[in-house]
Each structure stands twice: as C-alpha cells, then as structure tokens.
Design a protein around this ligand. Structure first.
Ligand code: IFM
Length: 738
C-alpha cells in the first residue's frame, strides 16, 4: 500500500492507526473512523469534551424506534462520553485556545482508542491530557474511559463534570427518549429512559473515580443530564487520573435495566482489571480472524482496520439482531439491514467466527414473520425478505426519496418492491453456513424453514412464458441498481435456480434425517409435493441469459441493445455516472453501478460443481469491467472487482481495487464516511483477500489455495474453519508453503 493519498495526517502501522493532526473539516468522518464497539453497542469517536457540529452517537444493536409516519431507525442512545474539564472558568475544547500537540490512536489489537493533547487555554494555562476509552469485549454491558491530566504551568483549581446526556438526537434532530428516572449517590449516578414508540427501556449507570489528589464529588444533575461534579487543586507537573465506568442494559435483554446497570456497577473490578479482561477477549477474537501480511505494514493495518470494524459490530450474544449496512457507527441507512450482511459480511464470520455467523443468520429466522407479511401484501406465497429490514423483518425501505433539486420530482425507490434477489442471498448464506460448520441442528431448527419458505415465495413469483416454453422472472432490480424493473436479470435468475435446487436437496436431507420436523414444516408452510415438483420444473426451465457458445452472460434481457458508453470519455470526474447523466439517461445505457454478472460468477466459482471456469470469467470481465462505474458507483463493487481481477492473475489491477475498497472509510474516498462505516466493503475486502489473493476454493478434500499475492506482499497467513477443523495457511509470494 502506498502512502495515503488524501490524508497525510493518518499513519498506518501493523495494529495502530494514528492521526497526527486535528482537522475540524474532517470532524464527522473521523468520528466514524474512530468508532469503538463490542457488537452490543458502538460509540462514534466524538470527543469527551464535545465539539461544535459533532455527531456523537452510541448505537445499541436492536434498539429501533419509529419516527411516527416516517421511518424506523436505530435510536441514538444516551451519550456516556461527556467529561468537561474547566480550568480558571475556561472549558477545555479543541475549538478554543491553542492546540500545542495532538495525537489520536486506535489500537486494533487492544480495541483501545486514545488521544494525547497539549492545550493552552485562552487564559494561557497549559495542560497535558491523555484520554483512552474502550467498549468491553469481555463484558458487553460495560464501557469505560480514563483521562489523565497534568497541569504544565499552573497551580489552580480544576473542575470536572462527568455526565450522561439523556437527550441525544438522531441526525435529523429527533430525540427518541422519554426520561423516566435519574438518581445519584456518592460517586455514582444513573438514568432510566424509554423509547417513545417501541417502548424499549434503557438503564445506564456511571461511576467516577479520581486518583492522585484529594477531591470531593457532588451531584449537579439537571433533568435528563445526570452529572457528577468534582474539584481538585492541580499542581504543576503532577498527574491526576479520572476513570469513568459506565454500565448499560436495555429491556431487550432484561426486565429491569436500571437495576441491572446499578447492580453491575457495584460488582465491577477496577478500571485496570476491566481493561485487561477486555484485551484478553480481543486476543482471542483475533486468534482466528486475523490475516497477517508480511511486506507492507500499511496494507496490514488497512486490512485489519476493516476486519476490526466487522468484529466491533457483530452480535456475539444476541440472535435477534444483525449488522446494519453502516454497522453501529453512524446514522446512514438508519441502521437498516440489507443483503450486505449475507452476501458481503457473512463469509468472514462463517469461516472465522461461526458462532457469530449463526447469530446473524438466526436473526433472519426470527424475522420470517415480517417476510411472510411482505409476501402476502404483494400477493405471493411463502417468505419474501425485506430489502431493508429492522427489528420485525417488515419492509422499512422508504418508498420515496426527496429530489436533488428544489422543484424536482420525488424519486420512487423501487428496491423495496423489486430488488428481490435478497431472499436467495439469505438462503445461499444459510446453506454455506451449514456446509462449512456441519451444524445440522441449526439447519433443522432454523435454516430449513428460511430456505424452504423463500423457495415457496419464488415458485409464486416466477412466471411461466408459455410461448417461449420457459420460466422467467420479470420486473426486478439486480445488484446493478442503475437499471430498474428489468426482466430476467442473470444474477437473480441464476441464484433463484441455485436456491430451488438446494431447497430440493434440503427437503430430501430433512425427510431422511428428521422426518418429524419435515412433517411439521410441510404442514406449517403448506409444502406439498406438487409445489416441490414445480421447484424441479423451474430449476430445469428457468431462463438464464447466458450464451454457452461465447461464454457471455447478458446482464438482463435487452442489456446488449442499450446504448454503449465509454466511461473513459467522462474522465476525470468526482461523481457517479448516475449523478452526471441522471437516473433516466443512465438506465438507457450499458453502465453498471456495481459488478452484477461478475458477482454471480464469483459466487458460483466458489465450488467446482457450479464454477463456470476461467474462460467464462475472463470473457465476462472483458465485457463488464470497463462498463462498471467502479470508483463512484456502489461501495460494494471495488472489492468484488478486485477479487475477480486477482482470480484472473491481474494482480496490479486487483490491488488498485483493493485500495479503493479498503480506504473508503479511512480516507473518505466517497465523501460519505461521516454516515458510518461501509460494512459490506469491509466484508468484501476479506473475501477479496481470501478468495482472490489467496485463491481459496473448496474441493472435496477441503479448502485449497491458488495464490496471487501482490508484489509487495511477501507472505500472508490466515486460518479458516471448515467442517470441524481449523486450516492454517501460510502463503509466500512464490506459492503456497503449507
Ligand atoms: O445494499 C446496498 C446496495 O446494493 C447498493 N446501495 C447501498 C446498499 C446498502 O449498502
């Protein structure tokens, strides 16, 4: 990896991401970059002392609430960070006074965010400050921060206010919380709040300790803002340490969250012990999930950073939540869950943390009722998954988006109605989980119902074209969202065919292995032999727009007739082709938002029985890669494009796409990192490295590699879980050595 292009103040080294200068222009995007979390919650990297225009957020997975009549979103939870430092009536803030030195670091190995500042107040008092914070991986209901202060050139009273902000707002200014109760005793304070619509209660309790000086604490709370205030006499050169430990529970996990938060606070060990347990938990997480790269410590950091983002957003103890498209790091897409999880993120977990993968997939089981309601409302059978899903599984994609210009027309969002491939993406992920883990119980109790009920949806959605004697799927949107309401999208049709074939296999397996469960599902889903016969008929006769003579897929019926456009003619540019040409004009041309056919070929290429082979891959690469708006289209594209490039031995090109994907948040290459981490991009980077660079394929003898290491990478090591065993890989640039 070369030096970062856009941000000379970020340093990438093995495990440590360092920011060497504070730039207020980058405030919100860096808040995303420096998010910490533990899968239960995520806290953006906002400052403890605040900053004008900050988008502070703590998002707890599954805590959704409605903005009535408009939308459902993850509610921004009470902010546990506030810590004000007041010297001589001057509040410490990077927006005032003088920053004499600044450094912020995210230690990925330890899951620790820290900041070192030397600040001179407008009154000329200089202070050294060191902050650190973590969201405990060892006990997910605990978050903590520490602040060390050293007066450099003054002896003066310093006032500290440690609070919970119980009136947090979401990005558009909506406050989801009603304050129910707050209390105070000694150095502790607590708050109980409830969401307005979903009526989820949240209890938070705080303890503040101060060491290195004599200090007295008192309660200076105002409603909705419990505060512990403490005062001490600073002496030049002497370091004082403040530790703020916070516990949090919601009624999603426990009946009385405030009691649970207060009780836990009483039982906790010291900050140092909490931190040490947290570090041990991170060590064990990385044990199976890390990929080590020798030859480029920058590439190493960037790759680990993306994996870290997945690990901090993954539910470890909860199977009723998933990973939102923007993880738990921002307000983008309102915390909704897309196919991003199953297609892009899940493989990382299936092969390195199967327990988490199980939770993520079980969320889809628990949301089947929502998918069934959606199917009924569209006049179909079975389960039709929501394009955007939240707590119940009902569709939460907005129907309309506002126009780009003041007198423009509202824009209809068709994905909710037509981007139907998601039901098969979920089933494919469930099947892969089963293949890799051999978790028959999960398949029996959860997976089979997901796969079979979505198959029933398909048999009611697929249409028979009597004239052409074939089945078709009309009016869909494929992964390339520049073309809406098209017929026979190759990706959709092929994944449906695959899905129905696997449904028949799973039905056979289930009826042989668990006949009682089969009877139960037959009755519950009305799964008749006639319906299964129709699946077989569809598998055999569903039209796939593929020409075996040339090896070329047509992305959808009529795609080749669209006007061809040379994307090179539009260089240089900084916007997507859709932003330049408009929605309608782009849809009339052979321009792709993301690599639709290539995504299909990559997916099918994972196993020998469905692989179309290198010749077909090359043919389709040559056709579609130059027509894909890879830099400014969807963030989901570059890593997949890089994966395919690597499989074709195009290592230089592959590396270019790897960088594009890997830096999307770190360097804000699309300008929208402030909205939250691009979770799918993080997941597809893992896939690009494992399936593209290492060339992993699954053979009857287990995973095998065909490495395509970039020049700078001398060696890479990783582990994969496969059917009860951990496989360790150690690849050198000249080939596999074990
Ligand atoms: O799911 C994606 C989609 O494929 C492209 N637009 C953004 C969505 C959320 O990341």
């Amino acid at each position: 990896m070369n030096k970062p292009i856009s941000d000379p103040h970020l340093l990438y080294e093995d495990w440590i991401l360092t920011e060497t200068q504070f730039d207020p222009e980058q405030l919100n995007y860096k808040e995303t970059v420096f998010t910490i979390g533990n899968g239960y919650l995520g806290t953006r990297g906002s400052f403890e002392e605040g900053y004008p225009g900050a988008l502070a957020a703590t998002l707890i997975n599954g805590v959704y609430d409605d903005v009535p009549l408009f939308y459902t979103e993850l509610a921004n939870c009470p902010d546990w960070l506030p810590l004000l430092i007041i010297i001589d009536n001057e509040e410490f803030s990077l927006s005032r006074g003088e920053i004499l030195s600044y450094q912020r670091q995210l230690d990925l190995k330890r899951g620790l965010l820290s900041r070192k500042i030397c600040w001179r107040s407008p009154n000329g008092k200089t202070i050294d400050l060191y902050f650190e914070r973590f969201a405990s991986q060892a006990d997910r209901h605990v978050v903590a921060l520490r602040c060390q202060l050293t007066a450099v050139d003054f002896d003066e009273t310093v006032l500290i206010r440690a609070s919970i902000d119980g009136n947090p707002e979401n990005k558009e200014g909506f406050n989801h919380w009603l304050i129910l109760e707050q209390s105070y005793d000694d150095a502790n304070t607590s708050l109980l709040v409830r969401t307005r619509s979903s009526r989820i209660e949240l209890g938070m309790a705080v303890n503040l300790t101060i060491s290195g000086t004599q200090a007295e604490s008192k309660n200076t709370s105002v409603p909705g803002f419990p505060t512990i205030e403490t005062k001490f006499d600073a002496v030049a050169g002497k370091t004082i340490t403040l530790e703020k430990i916070v516990t949090v529970f919601t009624s999603r996990e426990i009946e009385t969250p405030i009691k649970a938060a207060c009780n836990k606070l009483q039982e906790l060990p010291s900050y140092t012990e909490l931190l040490s347990d947290h570090e041990k938990a991170w060590k064990s997480l990385w044990e199976n999930s890390d990929i080590t790269i020798e030859g480029s410590s920058e590439a190493q950091l960037v790759l680990r950073y993306n994996l870290f983002q997945l690990l901090i957003s993954a539910p470890q103890d909860d199977d009723r939540v998933s990973i939102p498209a923007k993880t738990l790091s921002g307000f983008g897409y309102r915390g909704h869950i897309f196919w991003d999880t199953e297609f892009f993120i899940l493989p990382f977990f299936i092969f390195t943390q199967p327990n988490i993968a199980r939770n993520l997939l079980t969320y889809r089981y628990h949301t089947l009722e929502g998918a069934r309601r959606k199917a009924i409302s569209y006049g179909y059978r079975g389960a039709m998954y929501a394009w955007e899903s939240a707590d119940t599984g009902d569709e939460v994609t907005p129907r309309w988006a506002p126009p780009d210009e003041i007198y423009g027309e509202d824009i209809r969002i068709w994905c909710r109605d037509r981007e139907v491939h998601i039901s098969s993406d979920i089933s494919i992920a469930a099947w892969w989980y089963w293949q890799v883990t051999g978790d028959d119980e999960w398949m029996r109790d959860y997976g089979a119902e997901i796969i079979l009920d979505t198959a029933l949806f398909w048999s009611s959605r697929v249409e028979l074209n009597i004239k052409r004697e074939r089945y078709e799927i009309r009016q869909v949107i494929g992964p390339d969202e520049y073309h809406e309401n098209v017929d026979n999208n190759a990706f959709t049709n092929r994944v449906v065919q695959w899905h129905l074939e696997k449904s028949l296999n799973i039905y056979d397996w289930l009826s042989k292995t668990y006949p009682e469960k089969t009877l139960e599902l037959e009755e519950k889903l009305q799964l008749t032999s006639k319906r299964r016969w129709r699946w077989r008929d569809i598998v055999e006769n569903l039209w796939i727009p593929y020409d075996p003579e040339t090896g070329l897929f047509e992305q959808f019926e009529g795609f080749f007739k669209l006007e061809d456009t040379k994307l090179a003619d539009y260089q240089p540019r900084t916007r997507s082709m859709q932003a330049i040409l408009g929605i309608k004009e782009t849809s009339k041309r052979q321009i792709l938002k993301q690599p639709d056919v290539l995504m299909l070929l990559y997916l099918m290429g994972r196993t020998p029985d469905t692989d179309y082979g290198e010749k077909v891959l090359r043919k389709n690469w040559d056709y579609y890669a130059p027509r894909t708006d890879i830099t400014y289209g969807s963030s989901l594209g570059p890593a997949v494009q890089g994966l395919v490039a690597a499989s074709l031995g195009k290592t230089v090109e592959a590396y270019k796409y790897f960088r594009l994907a890997a830096l999307v948040d770190l360097e804000n290459t699309r300008g929208n990192a402030a909205e939250g981490i691009h979770g799918a991009s993080c997941g597809s980077i893992w896939q690009a490295v494992i399936f593209g660079v290492a060339g992993v394929k699954f053979t009857p003898d287990g995973p095998a590699t065909k490495p395509n290491l970039p020049n700078a990478w001398k060696r890479m090591k990783f582990k994969l879980y496969w059917r009860g065993d951990w496989y360790e890989f150690d690849l050198k640039s000249e080939g596999s050595i074990s």
